[in-house]
Structures are given as structure tokens and as C-alpha cells.
Design a protein around this ligand. Structure first.
Ligand code: SF4
Length: 385
């Protein structure tokens, strides 16, 4: 069963570092067209999940940039058509991303009505100056107020997104942010290094010179931030189960985990990516174009971004994603999936990395030693076939 991702490409304002596909909510017409479009897209693609979907993730953008009524329309359309099914006896995980600056009790009521049981809150930092410097719309106080609302509603699975390597950020400030975050007892934390993408407002004013107020922490400082966080969160009882993700036992994100395990996923909405039976496709990153295609009864796919994955691509991606997780790669499952032994494909390079202690082999699994996570990209490059 695939998982289901729905992209909501709207935000109240663009953050200064953001290169994700999202636009500021300017007119209700565009939003209305988007909601009509989603309904049509669901109807067109419903047959892709005859046995249902295993989890739901509303991402963006900012899902909570929608009003309570708009969220209700969106969730109603999804729940009218999709069956949510679980292989295990656990509840279906239904997550929404949320921005503390757009969170309201009436929106939370709607989310609860449709069984949303996990909130991923884009906190980013517990320092008001840094939040301002990267153009976030919220304050530290807003984060606290949102968490109070979330807990009051009975939601027991809260993720906080935090970023390090922010312009002008010191190790002391990063430690302070993490310490404040854990006092709020989130079940899950996602920590991302800021990437300054060309063309973003932040890229025009940042630099590496320390006289620049927006200077960027260098690689050594970022590595220190990453290492300190891993150590600190381990002491606080969080398991570092994926390179950027930490969870209390039992609160690992099931939706993302299924993707990292190479399971199929359906992506709805402008710019959303799907991967089904070895075919990866992407919807067009153009809200008006997306609406027009669906009005004509055509799938809003960007054909230039659709590809049938070769076996080599599928193996490389599986290894790349598997190495990001603490569980690593189940070599038995690998052989079943691809009809070849992991050892036969990677022979010498595998032996070499095992000898150097960069990879570890245990109970039929091969994983990267977490102390090498900070250089994971260069390790993975060696395993692309
Ligand atoms: S809230 Fe997220 S998606 Fe929206 S502009 Fe900021 S970083 Fe981008």
C-alpha cells in the first residue's frame, strides 16, 4: 500500500531562505481553484490505491495557512475517496505540517475531526533574533502557544522542526534552542542544516566574513552543532533513527520511514512527487496550470520530470535512503526486492568500508556508523551504481 502526501503550496509569506514550491496566499480565488483541483485529482487517481493508503502527510507550504473551512474541504475530499489501511494493529498515522504563526484552535478542531494525530511544527529556532533574520513570521512565544493548543487538543505526537547553521548563529545559541525545545517534551525532533539556495533573499545578503551580521557558520561549526545535538538528544532519551531525525521510542515517523524503505507513495497537489511501481512522476509546479489541466480532465503531470526508474537507479536510491537510517539495509529484504545479493553488487567497496568501520554489519543488516553521518553524502556517492 502506498502512503499519501498532499502538497499545500501556500504560505502566509515566503521565508527568506525558502526555495520550496509555495506562494504567498494572495487571493481566495487561487485557493478555491486549488481545492477544486485537488478534488478532481483525487477522483482521477483514486485507482492507484485500490487497497487504500497507509498514512497521510499534509505538507507544504503551510497547510495551516488554509482557513478552518478550507482545511475542512481538503480533508473531506481526501477522506471521501481514500481508504486508510494499516498493515499493523497501530493507528493510521496522519500528520500535518504547521507553522506557529498560522495556528488557530478552530483549525485544530478540524484537523482532529479527520483523525490528524501527529503535528510537525516548524519551530526552527527558539531565538527571536534568528527567527527574524531568516524571515519567519512567528516568534518564540507563538511556538509555546501553539504547543499548548496542540497538547490541549489531546494530540500525543508532536514533532518540532529546528534548523542549525543559521546566519550569525553561535554554538551557544544552538545549544540554547535545543535545551528549550526538549523542555517542551516533543516526541520527535527533525534537525536540518540551513542550505542557502541561489536566488533566495537570504542568498543575496549572506557571506562567510564574520563582519557580516549574516555570516554563515562554516562547516566545522556546523559539524560541532550536529555532533552536540546528537549527543545531547541521546542523553535526553531520543533515538537518532535517521540522519536528521530523533524520536522517543515508538514515535518514529511512519510516513517518512516507509519512503526511506523504498515503499511506493502518491503525491497530490502542484509540485508533488509520486513513485509507484518504479515510475516516478512529478506534478507541475504551476498552480494555475495544475487547475487548468484538471478542469480538462487531464492528470497535471510534468512529463519532463517523469521517469521509469532503471534497476540500477532503484538500487542506488534504496541504498542511499537505507544508509540514512539507523536500521540500515536489511540484506535479506534487499535480495528479495532486487533478485541479487547486496554483497555481490558492492563486493570490494563493501569490504573496504566494513574494514574501516564506516559501515557496520549486524543481524543481517548493514548500516553506516552514526558517527560518520556528517559525511554521509560522500559515503553514499560511492554506492551509486
Ligand atoms: S513556511 Fe516553509 S514552505 Fe513556507 S515559505 Fe517558510 S520555509 Fe517555505
Amino acid at each position: 500500500m502506498p502512503s499519501l502526501y498532499v502538497h499545500i503550496p501556500f504560505c502566509q509569506n515566503k521565508c527568506d531562505y525558502c526555495s520550496f514550491f509555495s506562494v504567498p496566499v494572495l487571493t481566495s480565488d487561487l485557493l478555491d481553484g486549488y481545492l477544486h483541483g485537488i478534488k478532481k485529482e483525487i477522483a482521477l487517481r483514486q485507482m492507484e490505491a485500490p487497497e487504500g493508503v497507509s498514512s497521510l502527510f499534509l505538507g507544504g507550504g503551510t497547510p495551516t495557512a488554509l482557513s478552518a473551512e478550507e482545511l475542512n474541504r481538503l480533508l473531506k475530499a481526501i477522506h471521501e475517496q481514500y481508504i486508510f489501511n494499516s498493515k499493523s494493529s497501530m493507528d493510521i498515522e496522519k500528520t500535518t505540517e504547521a507553522n506557529p504563526g498560522t495556528f488557530k484552535p478552530e483549525k485544530l478542531d478540524v484537523l482532529r475531526l479527520y483523525g490528524i494525530n501527529r503535528i510537525s511544527l516548524g519551530a526552527q529556532s527558539f531565538n527571536d533574533n534568528l527567527l527574524k533574520r531568516i524571515g519567519r513570521i512567528h516568534t518564540v512565544e507563538d511556538i509555546g502557544n501553539s504547543i499548548k493548543m496542540i497538547r490541549k487538543s489531546g494530540i500525543k505526537n508532536l514533532n518540532l522542526d529546528l534548523m542549525f547553521g543559521l546566519p550569525g548563529q553561535t554554538l551557544f545559541e544552538w545549544k540554547d534552542t535545543l535545551k528549550k525545545a526538549v523542555t517542551l517534551t516533543p516526541e520527535h525532533l527533525s534537525l536540518y542544516a540551513l542550505t542557502v539556495e541561489p536566488g533566495t533573499p537570504l542568498s543575496l545578503r549572506t557571506g562567510f566574513k564574520s563582519e557580516n551580521r549574516d555570516y554563515l557558520p562554516d562547516d566545522d561549526l556546523q559539524a560541532d552543532m550536529y555532533a552536540w545535538a546528537a549527543n545531547f538528544l541521546g542523553e535526553q532519551g531520543y533515538c537518532h533513527y535517521e540522519i536528521s531525525n530523533y524520536a522517543r521510542p515508538g514515535f518514529e515517523c511512519r510516513h517518512n520511514y516507509s519512503t526511506w524503505q523504498g515503499e511506493d507513495y502518491i503525491g497530490l497537489g502542484p509540485g508533488a512527487v509520486s513513485c509507484l511501481c518504479g515510475v516516478r512522476s512529478k506534478n507541475m509546479e504551476d498552480i494555475c496550470g495544475y487547475i487548468e489541466k484538471l478542469e480538462s480532465g487531464i492528470k497535471p503531470i510534468d512529463i519532463t520530470q517523469t521517469e521509469i526508474l532503471t534497476v540500477a537507479q532503484r538500487i542506488s536510491e534504496y541504498v542511499m535512503l537505507g544508509f540514512r537510517t539507523l536500521d540500515g539495509i536489511d540484506t535479506g529484504l534487499f535480495a528479495v526486492k532486487f533478485g541479487e545479493e547486496f554483497q555481490d553488487i558492492y563486493g570490494q567497496i563493501l569490504t573496504d568500508y566494513l574494514k574501516r568501520g564506516i559501515l557496520q554489519q549486524e543481524n543481517g543488516r548493514i548500516r553506516v556508523d552514526p558517527s560518520y553521518y556528517f559525511i554521509l553524502n560522500s559515503i553514499v556517492r560511492e554506492f551509486i551504481i
